[in-house]
Ligand binder design. Sequence first.
Ligand code: CTP
Length: 407
Amino acid sequence: MSHILLIIGGGIAAYKSLELIRQLSKAGHKVTPVMTESAGQFVTPLSVSALAGKKVHEALFDLTSEAEMGHIRLSRVADLVVVAPATADMMAKMAQGRASDLASTLLLATDTPVLIAPAMNVRMWDHPATRRNLATLKADGIAVVGPDEGEMACGEYGPGRMSEPAAILAAIEAALLPADRLLSGRHVLVTSGPTHEPIDPVRYIANRSSGAQGAAIATALLRLGARVTFVTGPASVPPPEGAEIVAVETAAEMLAAVEAALPADAAIFAAAVADWRVTQASGRKIKKQAGALPGLSLAENPDILARVAGMAVGRPDLVVGFAAETDDVVAHATAKRARKGCDWIVANDVSPGTGIMGGTENAVTLITEEGAENWPRMAKRAVAERLAGRVAEVLAAKNGTASGRRV
Ligand code: CTP
């Protein structure tokens, strides 16, 4: 359990901070809330304290608080200070090192890492002054999540919307990882995208997959310092920058590339591998013939995940599979975990109504040896960050690295 000092700034996005508190508490974190004076125009201290289960700190000179806990101490008891929403004014104060109210004083007095979730009108976000302040804050080592792009409360469109609570939670959990839990020196293998199994030079069998979730996972792992080998089928999103990219077409090629990339400390199989291939793909385009259908004979593709999970020697410490299900998600995914012999299954419900397939969001259930964990619906990027954090935690508990063992 971590202790978060949450500073709520005065912006319309403050209402999302209520949901953030709920999600933080649900994830087992303790929240001490602080509100700026203008935050009180958007959410009431009563709702904030009810959700946090703690008193809200609002004023710099609060005699009871000063007696119980000075504001300097308040700024230092937390594992992480989070500012959400971080308004343009709050960012300016932070960049200048001002201490004009409780929130800015805490931020100046703290020696704890700080994460901000900016939220403001798009013109304010794009303003050179805010750009300057942002650069200063980043140079000071402050972590930033968002803002997102989209329609804003003021009716304009563009970057400036505060990130969704689930994305902020993922960024908080990533920021809380101590340095020795990071993935530097670790090799992680990620498969992604669909495979194309040729029928002839112009036709193929494939599963639907944009490759977005796999690319986001690789990016999150890279951000934690891992060396990432990214084996990808023909995806529609660009591959992650900084990974070692191996582009393949078919399942057989994907298996060969995966075997060549081992050993790895962890392997994450996010690819949507086609289950079957045509046994004898035609070298020439099959011409249509009136009334006659081409007789395609199919063979089952190798199960790459099951192969790697079942390796007697050189198996990665953590093998993670994905499951796209349309019904009975937990039951099917739990059975799949056992059948394939992997450590975790990241299961998602891809029923047509969910909009997950091809969309930017995902709602996953993580199936581990301990059972099923439902994660709230969040951006695929946030799912990736949370998963990467969990991978880092598991690998931190193991000694040595895959490449180390090879020597
Ligand atoms: N997978 C793989 N190689 C295959 C097929 C699947 O590595 N030939 C991996 C996927 O990358 C994913 C997981 O296995 O991590 C789940 O794939 P899925 O196609 O859902 O598994 P199936 O056993 O085909 O399940 P179902 O019965 O639902 O089709």
